[in-house]
Design a protein around this ligand. Structure first.
Ligand SMILES: C[S@@+](CC[C@H](N)C(=O)[O-])C[C@H]1O[C@@H](n2cnc3c(N)ncnc32)[C@H](O)[C@@H]1O
Length: 232
């Protein structure tokens, strides 16, 4: 797998309007996570795999003077983020890969990422890079819907056409610890809208019936919080 394939794939997602539909799909869970992050005035936050930047903009509004940078491998997602940008907030967007972040060591007090990290070409390198750009004591809040404890998501990889890391909660936590994060904790966040109205349910390749869809929604999203330790 290559960054070129990822860029092509997600450029097409952008042309298909999926930048906007992801805000609709992920907005509730992200809202719950952001509300609990405790972001303080003036923090510098990196949003990895920002898509069209909707969450980057929300991050920038969490407290006075927050600066948020959205990073994404797909140039068309970043172009869409620039078009949607509001001049009243301190957000910016850049094309780049998780594995090579163009920022000095210790630049950010926080890293956030929604539904993106499992696309890393080299997951261990991506986690080490995340650790590098965080300040000591800084935190990563990573949210994922695709993980083995939510078994009904297993078909997603064949649908996206790009390789994806399908790990359990324990494997995700171990990967963060291997990179040098400590402590690392995991919890679930369930979309407060529930599975919706069964009468409106439309079967699809991944969700052939209502009970599959309902179980995915009820399993919720995996929220990992990992801290870069301060020197002893
Ligand atoms: C499923 S989308 C999620 C977008 C956004 N976080 C949201 O919730 O709407 C995943 C995003 O991660 C980006 N991405 C995937 N692999 C990447 C990598 N290795 N480096 C940087 N961005 C990547 C994609 O281009 C895509 O925009």
């Amino acid at each position: 797998m290559s960054h070129e394939l990822l860029a092509r794939t997600f450029d097409q997602w952008s042309r298909d309007g999926r930048g906007a539909s992801m805000e609709q799909e992920h907005g509730d869970v992200v809202g719950q996570v952001l509300a609990q992050m405790g972001v303080r005035a003036g923090e510098q936050i990196l949003d990895l795999g920002c898509g069209n930047g909707w969450a980057t903009r929300r991050l920038a509004k969490l407290a006075a003077g927050v600066q948020a940078l959205g990073l994404d491998i797909a140039p068309e997602m970043i172009a869409e983020a620039e078009r949607l940008h509001s001049l009243t907030i301190r957000a910016r967007y850049a094309v780049g890969a998780f594995e090579r972040i163009d920022a000095p060591e210790g630049k950010f007090s926080r890293v956030f990422s929604m539904e993106a990290l499992y696309y890393a070409v080299d997951l261990d390198a991506a986690l080490r890079e995340m650790l590098r750009v965080l300040k000591p004591g800084g935190t990563a809040d990573i949210v994922l819907d695709y993980f083995t404890d939510n078994a009904c998501t297993s078909c997603w990889a064949s649908k996206t056409g790009v390789p994806m890391h399908f790990l359990s909660t324990a494997q995700w936590c171990a990967a963060f610890e291997r990179a040098g994060f400590t402590p690392v904790s995991a919890r679930r966040v369930v979309d407060s809208r529930g599975p919706g109205d069964p009468a409106q349910f439309q079967p699809s390749a991944c969700y052939p019936d209502w009970s599959t869809w309902k179980s995915v929604r009820e399993a919720g999203s995996l929220w990992i919080r990992a801290t870069k330790p301060k020197p002893a």
